[in-house]
Ligand binder design. Structure first.
Ligand code: AP5
Ligand code: MG
Length: 213
């Protein structure tokens, strides 16, 4: 089963992705994580990506599409994959259609008023990538799952979050229509807390989808 996770920054894509990938044995491919790893390792792609991610803008399509196209040729993708944060505009969606067969799109809709707080309060584990919100950490600085150090992403500040939301509205939101027309989209409300509640709904729909493949 090959899936796309669609949703605004902070909608909960990464949070659901970990759960979905684990349950269905899919490879979790997050373009944001790929860029952050490259930035950390100081690669050429990382240097280029940093100038865009720091401002909340999209990394150029040719670079992003080439990375995903290559990643999907790795043997582990034969068991199925979950794209998180890709595609992010019409160009990327049309490019993806030329080299991948997508079975379903999980779209997480959310009230945008919630996103600023969710993102500016987010802390992420350096080791396993698990996301937390400061309001539930009670001062903890280590990951409850693996003990790794928690940090705040450089783009999780009010100014950059504002830019990321504008990019989402202009470039990514139109993909909802694109995949609705293809008849492969499944819509969810990401407002429900905790994330486990949303995952129960996602699971019900994906179990059904899996039975049809
Ligand atoms: P990326 O890393 O993809 O960031 P994003 O899309 O802005 O999304 P986030 O990771 O911020 O949010 P999320 O939806 O994963 O939310 P999360 O689960 O963490 O991209 C970063 C940058 O890389 C881009 O700006 C761009 O520059 C570049 N880039 C990436 N892909 C690209 C592409 N295809 N093309 C070009 N450039 C690209 O949850 C957020 C918070 O909410 C957490 O604190 C979490 O604990 C909490 N939370 C989650 N679910 C719930 C819930 N149900 N109830 C309560 N709290 C919840
Ligand atoms: Mg994410």
């Amino acid at each position: 089963m090959n899936l796309i996770l669609l949703g605004a920054p902070g909608a909960g894509k990464g949070t659901q992705a970990t759960k979905i990938a684990e349950r269905y044995g899919l490879v979790h491919i997050s373009t944001g994580d790929i860029f952050r790893a490259n930035i950390k390792n100081g690669t050429e792609i990382g240097l280029l990506a940093k100038s865009y991610t720091d401002k909340g803008e999209l990394v150029p399509d040719e670079v992003t599409v080439a990375i995903v196209k290559d990643r999907l040729t790795w043997p582990d993708c034969e068991k199925g994959y979950l794209l998180d944060g890709f595609p992010r505009n019409l160009y990327q969606a049309e490019a993806l259609d030329t080299f991948a067969k997508i079975d379903g799109v999980v779209n997480i809709n959310i009230d945008h008023k919630l996103l600023m707080d969710r993102l500016c309060g987010r802390r992420v584990c350096r080791d396993c990538g698990e996301s937390y919100h400061v309001s539930t950490l009670n001062g903890a600085t280590k990951c409850a799952r693996c003990g790794g150090e928690l940090y705040q992403r450089k783009d999780d500040n009010p100014e950059t979050v504002g830019a990321r939301l504008a990019v989402y509205n202009e470039q990514t939101a139109p993909l909802i229509d694109y995949y609705t027309q293809k008849g492969i989209i499944h819509n969810f409300t990401g407002t429900e807390a905790p994330a486990e509640v949303l995952f129960e709904e996602v699971k019900r729909v994906l179990d059904g989808l899996l039975n049809t493949l």
